[in-house]
Design a protein around this ligand. Structure first.
Ligand code: GLN
Length: 488
């Protein structure tokens, strides 16, 4: 039952071949078996899951199921869930139980899903391997004995979904945190257009970049999840009007005489990528050409400066967003000699090293001496990148590029902070521009591990992004069934 995709499971639930309770129990059993080893959940909610499932079965029995009724999902532990501990993988919020529900998790409730638990992540979503989690890193189920990273920051979600410990789930992508972990676990990860999914109740990292989105095993599944997550929200001032509604299976965008111009980014040509990635990119481009795609070279002149701009803007926003954790209202409090000492002790104990580093950098670049030379300069680069994408989309319909340079690395890789930051090279520009980008399995590398390609579109072209991703998925034919990946 674990190997069913969302689309398959929904069909079986509808026909009555399986019940949500059966499906949910199968997932809970598997969480019981492998959850500790994979460390993909921070909090498991079996009682809630079973009562959600029971309610879902009743709706099916009454003949009025909701769009995603009965699907057992994992919620990234950055989304506030009413009455359920929400930690952001930080000691600061280790015992925080929200009194409200985030918009995205509420939308999943409204769509009838079953909550299995809250998935692990990098502390406050800052990281690339999920190693900055206060609760330890999740493990990639591919070649599990090698203890590879499942990526970050949504690494708990990708570990859980790839291993069959959730049928799908949520991530957030500020600089690549949906796409990178999805790419190295053989999953589909969609970062929608900024504003398409509400940020309300999602613990803030960098508000102008934070983008909730779905992670699933197929493109159709991701499209279904996104349909439930998206939509205007008055509680989020940056929420876009309109929404996203997919009918699955998604319609082909190529073949049968349909033409499409696919851009490849000139400046990425000189970036070092693995030989496997290079080959898969070439192969998939050849496949797409064979069904009517025209390949055009486009230029995003400042794209290689995106990393520098991102690592100024994101920490700047984080330093402001995380100022609220002062031990006064909620979260950890370490009593000091006086007010200032309490702040210091609380924040020193509550935040991990990477989060502290970001706040120091962020505070520095916002200081009056640095504001103009760092922050404003980064903001200008951001604008130029966004303008260049707009220009590029006059020459092409969608863009194709790698989602990462290579396959999953061992969790014990000893990288410097800057080396971790450099892994975001292929993903951060799309956040700066606020445009949709989907990571889709492109094939397997020689070492047997999955690699992902990224389809990028203009703002609100989320549907076409997914449609092209689906063609790539079909050509790549990666078998990502959990029992196949784990051999059990
Ligand atoms: N790796 C990036 C960072 O550490 C992206 C994180 C994210 O998208 N949440 O900032």
């Amino acid at each position: 039952m674990i190997d069913l995709t969302i689309t398959e499971a929904l069909a079986k639930l509808k026909s009555g071949a399986i019940s949500s309770t059966e499906l949910t129990k199968a997932y809970l059993d598997r969480i019981e078996k492998y959850g500790k080893e994979l460390n993909c959940y921070i909090t498991i909610t079996p009682e809630r899951a079973l009562s959600d499932a029971e309610a879902s079965d009743a709706r099916y029995a009454a003949g009025n199921p909701l769009p995603l009724d009965g699907l057992p999902i994992g919620m990234k532990d950055l989304f506030a869930t009413k009455g359920i501990r929400t930690t952001a993988a930080s000691r600061m919020l280790e015992n925080f139980v929200p009194q409200y529900e985030s918009t995205v998790s509420q939308k999943f409730i409204d769509a009838g899903t079953v909550l299995l638990g809250k998935t692990n992540l990098d502390e406050f979503a800052m990281g690339t391997f999920s190693k900055t989690s206060y609760f330890g890193a999740p493990v990639n189920p591919w070649q599990m004995e090698r203890r590879l990273t499942a990526g970050g920051s949504s690494g708990g979600a990708t570990s859980a979904i790839a291993s069959g410990l959730a049928i799908g789930g949520t991530g957030t992508d500020t600089g690549g945190s949906i796409r990178f972990p999805s790419a190295i676990t053989g999953l589909v990860g969609m970062k929608p257009t900024y504003g398409l999914c509400s940020r309300w109740g999602c613990i803030a990292f960098a508000s102008s970049l934070d983008t909730p989105g779905p992670i699933a095993r197929t493109v159709d599944d991701a499209a279904l999840l996104l349909s439930a997550m998206a939509g205007h929200d008055e509680k989020d001032s940056t929420s876009a009007k309109g929404g996203f509604h997919a009918h699955t299976p998604l319609d082909p965008i190529l073949g049968n005489g349909k033409k499409l111009r696919i851009g490849v980014i000139k400046e990425f040509a000189n970036v070092e990528i693995s030989a496997d990635m290079k080959k898969l990119l070439e192969n998939r481009i050849a496949d797409l050409k064979s069904i009517g795609a025209e390949i055009v070279e486009v230029s995003i002149p400042n794209i290689l400066d995106a990393l520098a701009a991102y690592y100024i803007i994101a920490p700047a926003e984080a330093s402001s967003n995380l100022a609220r954790y002062d031990g006064m209202r909620y979260g950890l409090r370490v009593e000091g000699d006086d007010l200032i000492d309490t702040y210091k002790k609380t924040r020193a104990a509550g935040f991990g090293e990477e989060v502290q580093r970001r706040m120091i950098v962020g505070t520095a670049v916002l200081s009056s001496e640095s504001y103009e030379v760092y922050f404003m300069q980064a903001a200008r680069v951001r604008r130029m990148i966004s303008d260049s994408f707009n220009k590029a989309f006059e020459q092409c319909d969608l863009i194709l590029c790698p989602a990462s340079a290579g396959t999953a690395m061992p969790l014990d890789s000893d990288l410097t902070p800057l080396e971790y930051y450099a892994l975001d090279l292929f993903t951060v520009a799309m956040n700066l521009a606020g445009i949709p980008a989907c990571s889709v399995p492109a094939g397997l590398a020689g070492n047997g591990l999955p690699l992902g390609l990224q389809v990028v579109g203009k703002r609100f072209d989320d549907m076409r992004v997914l449609q092209l991703a689906k063609h790539i998925e079909q050509f790549a034919g990666v078998d990502n069934r959990p029992t196949k990946i784990m051999g059990k």
